[in-house]
Design a protein around this ligand. Structure first.
Ligand code: ANZ
Ligand code: ZN
Length: 798
């Protein structure tokens, strides 16, 4: 048996990393797999800063479950890739004055080394990078599929614009400073005091401006109902489901038409038709007031009156700042007696407040509204997937465009707001993103590609005239909305995915990732998958992630990790110093996987001592010639299997590791007993095998070394069969003791099988019921081992 007193992590870890790669134990045969399990962790966007400890925490959490499923008989596909297009990478490249291509090549290498050094069981034969042409060719294809289905349209719209990033943002990328976790700043970077209604860019905290731009949208609102209803069918972390529900924002109400005194009508949307009788005014949206005042209530009387259909009352019509132009009908019936906003407004402008009892009425017609907006996907930046569309002026003048000519699969029929006259899809993909030097954003509402005629000057695919290619690029969230389709089919160069492989491997069995993606990535991926289903591009599912686990956020010494605080944990240093196994164990032990575990250096040192203790446990002669067994050891072994299995299944890794620690303590005590231990070598051997297996998902290198080199197994611990417990040993471990007082059953308790009598007595005496019955009494105790604890009081004898 070769092994030393201290676990030499450098030697052992690099040895097994190389062996695993060569033996491809993490690359399942995708065609032949019998029990496929697609285990996916949200891929990172690479920047030259490298993987941080939060990544290490989350990716280890995903790796643990992948290893567990593999040991439970599944062929596990666990791929990793890079979400490399987008502002994040581009801004970093600008900062260090390199092209994104050059910066990324280096960054991705670094990430790959880091992932490997952490010992993750990734299938390195199925990896992808979204900015590679092999990948984004198909992202362009996805765009065209949506376009051809009538789900991509271009429209002049008021969009969110970040003056710092100089690009349009989707609604989902705009939030309150608190939601973004940023101090609000203006376009010049100066801090701005917080106030109600302030909205900032998710990424940089700059106050977002509104601009009128003509941009591409995806009609995600068509899917609002389905996106909402399907939430019932999928198994997701609750906080994410709630966030999606709120974001979709279903609202059931009625449309009520009011006649305008002097002619015409005005229609309102209300969720409280029962309050119609108490309406005292009508408020209508005004874009200017809305933009200038936001939530502050400012209004102007229009001079007109509407008539309440229920009681004929004459209601003044006001324009007001608190009505959102794009929501409902943009008109509201003001009911100050029942609605706070209306009350505030009515008081300010001396409008009557009238409180009549709500009563049933059925005026108006039922209406369901959603707060979800269409997904604006054009970005006036360079580093993104080209939008493969061509605009022809001549076709536009002739009133021609894609609609009405080539469309066969059109889902949407309402063409009112589609201004794509003159727009044609590219006939041949890919549209290659050219390498340019002047790729910085311009801030004039056009992307840098608009300075490159060699890119945008093309012939119209319809009439042959000089035409122009779209120079906006796609939102990065388009890249990540479908990447999980591509991983298993990465070898198929002619299709975005192979249907046989997809049938076998999708949907993703377990998706692991951050809750911060609740309304962005996770909504878009669901939408795009539903569209694929409707277009019959897939047919056996429409929810990409039937199970999603939202991990928590790691903090350091009680505070959020950030560069300015200087408390960012670099996993590389810890891997160097302590080894990946110690780091992994520590990350998983810090706290619940979905909480805010706190990384402390003292904690990881403690974990290192634990790792060395395990290592030492195996430094004893192991002779399996002796067939005798120890019931106690078998029981503890099986009990540990049960606990650890149950905990891993529900991502309670920290308590799984606690149980392993208890097991190690027990074995160490037994080992201390020396002679005894030798006698029981069969149980010892079993216990050491099991310990190795239970630890394998957390500490893959050390366990592999022990499994192969010390225990003498001829195959990898990671392909070994997860130990099963036998119920008969579990039951025997716990004992139910009946507690009697003067011969009457008053309570009962569960104790460890060999708990000594005096300890059982102490536990019983802490029982409230027992306390009550024994209050102020003297008693004697009669103990029937394993069965009954009887308190005989002095009174009873009298
Ligand atoms: C009368 C009323 C009485 C209302 C009452 C509420 C309470 P959600 O849940 O968001 O759909 N509303 C309608 N359109 C609006 C707009 N464009 N901008 C601002 N407010 C608007 O809320 C719908 C309710 O918000 C509607 O019901 C309407 O006010 C208002 F005691 O009508 B209610
Ligand atoms: Zn044309």
């Amino acid at each position: 048996m070769k092994s030393s007193k201290k676990f030499n992590h450098k030697e052992v870890e690099s040895k097994w990393q190389k062996k695993w790669l060569a033996s491809k134990i993490y690359s399942p045969d995708l065609d032949k797999a019998k029990k496929p399990f697609y285990n996916l962790w949200m891929f990172p966007y690479p920047s030259a800063e490298g993987l941080h400890a939060g990544h290490a925490f989350a990716s280890t959490g995903s790796d643990v479950i992948g290893r567990f499923m593999r040991m439970n008989g599944h062929e596990v596909l666990q791929p990793i890739g890079y979400d490399s297009f987008g502002i994040h990478a581009e801004n970093f490249a600008i900062k260090i004055d390199e092209t994104p291509q050059v910066m990324l090549a280096r960054a991705i290498n670094h990430y790959e080394e880091q992932f490997k050094s952490l010992g993750h069981g990734y299938d390195w034969t199925h990896t992808l990078t979204t900015s590679d042409i092999d990948y984004y060719t198909w992202t362009e294809w996805v765009f065209l599929e949506l376009f051809k289905a009538g789900l991509a349209y271009r429209k002049k719209a008021e969009v969110n614009f970040c003056p710092k990033d100089k690009t349009v943002l989707s609604d989902e990328q705009v939030m309150t400073p608190k939601q973004a976790g940023k101090e609000p700043i203006d376009a010049k970077g100066n801090p701005v005091p917080e106030r109600e209604g302030l909205m900032v860019c998710e990424r940089c905290g700059t106050i977002v401006e509104k601009r009128e731009l003509e941009v591409w949208f995806f009609r995600i609102t068509d899917y609002a109902g389905r996106l909402l209803n399907n939430l019932e069918k999928i198994n997701w972390s609750e906080r994410v489901t709630i966030a999606q529900k709120e974001w979709i924002g279903k609202s059931e109400g009625r449309l009520i038409e009011f006649k305008i005194d002097g002619g015409g009508t005005i229609e309102v949307f209300t969720t409280r038709p029962d309050t119609l009788n108490s309406a005292t005014f009508i408020v209508t949206a005004d874009k200017k007031l809305y933009d200038e005042h936001g939530k502050e209530k400012v209004g102007e009387f229009t001079g007109s009156y509407a008539l309440n259909p229920l009681n004929g009352r004459r209601l003044p019509i006001w324009k007001a700042s608190y009505i959102a132009p794009g929501y409902g009908t943009g008109n509201v019936m003001g009911v100050p007696a029942y609605d706070n906003r209306d009350a505030e407004f009515a008081k300010k402008y001396n409008i009557e407040i009238l409180k009549l009892k709500p009563e049933n009425n059925n005026v108006g017609k039922k209406q369901i509204n959603y707060h979800l907006r269409d997904w604006g996907i054009g970005r006036q930046r360079y580093w993104g997937c080209p939008i493969p569309m061509i605009h022809c002026k001549r076709c536009e003048e002739k009133g021609e465009g894609w609609i009405g000519s080539n469309t066969t699969k059109l889902i949407h029929t309402d063409q009112n707001d589609w201004s794509w006259q003159g727009w044609w899809p590219e006939e041949k993909l890919p549209v290659v993103l050219p390498i340019i030097k002047d790729y910085k954003p311009m801030g004039n509402g056009r992307g840098p590609l608009a300075n490159h005629p060699e890119f945008y000057e093309v012939k119209c695919p319809h009439c042959g005239a000089d035409a122009k290619r779209e120079t906006d690029v796609a939102d990065t969230f388009l890249d990540s909305s479908w990447y999980f389709f591509r991983y298993p089919s990465i070898d198929d160069k002619n299709h975005p995915w192979s249907s046989a492989i997809t049938k076998k491997w999708l949907p993703v069995n377990l998706y692991f990732g951050g809750a911060e993606h609740a309304v962005l990535h996770l909504m878009y991926a669901r939408f795009v998958t539903m569209v694929f289903k409707d277009l019959k591009l897939i047919n056996h599912f429409e929810e990409p992630f039937p199970k999603f686990f939202a991990h928590g956020l790691m903090i350091k010494d009680g505070a959020k990790m950030s560069k300015s605080r200087g408390n960012v944990v670099n996993p590389d240093e810890y891997v160097q110093k302590f080894g990946a196994d110690t780091l992994r164990l520590y990350l998983m032990f810090m706290g619940p996987m979905d909480g805010y575990p706190d990384f402390r250096d003292t904690g990881i040192e403690g974990m290192q001592r634990f790792v060395n203790r395990i290592w030492n446990l195996y430094q004893r002669p192991i002779t399996i010639k002796d067939p005798s067994t120890s019931l106690r050891m078998t029981q503890v072994t099986h009990q540990t299997i049960q606990r650890v299995t149950k905990d891993i299944e529900i991502f309670h890794y920290n308590t799984a590791i606690s149980s392993i620690m208890e097991f190690v303590n027990f074995l160490q005590d037994e080992k201390g007993k020396g002679e005894d231990a030798k006698k029981n070598s069969q149980s010892w051997y079993q216990a050491l095998q099991v310990l190795c297996q239970l630890l394998a998902p957390f500490a893959p290198h050390m366990t592999e070394e022990l499994w192969v080199e010390v225990l003498g197994n001829k195959y990898s611990v990671h392909t070994s069969k997860w130990p099963q417990y036998n119920a008969k040993y579990i039951k025997a471990v716990n004992n139910t003791i009946i507690i009697q007082i003067d011969g009457k059953v008053r309570s009962q308790m569960e104790v460890d099988i060999d708990t000594p009598e005096n300890e059982i007595k102490v536990i019983a005496l802490s029982d409230e019921k027992v306390k009550k019955w024994l209050r102020n009494k003297k008693y004697k105790v009669i103990f029937v081992p394993g069965k009954i604890l009887n308190f005989v009081t002095e009174n009873a004898k009298d």
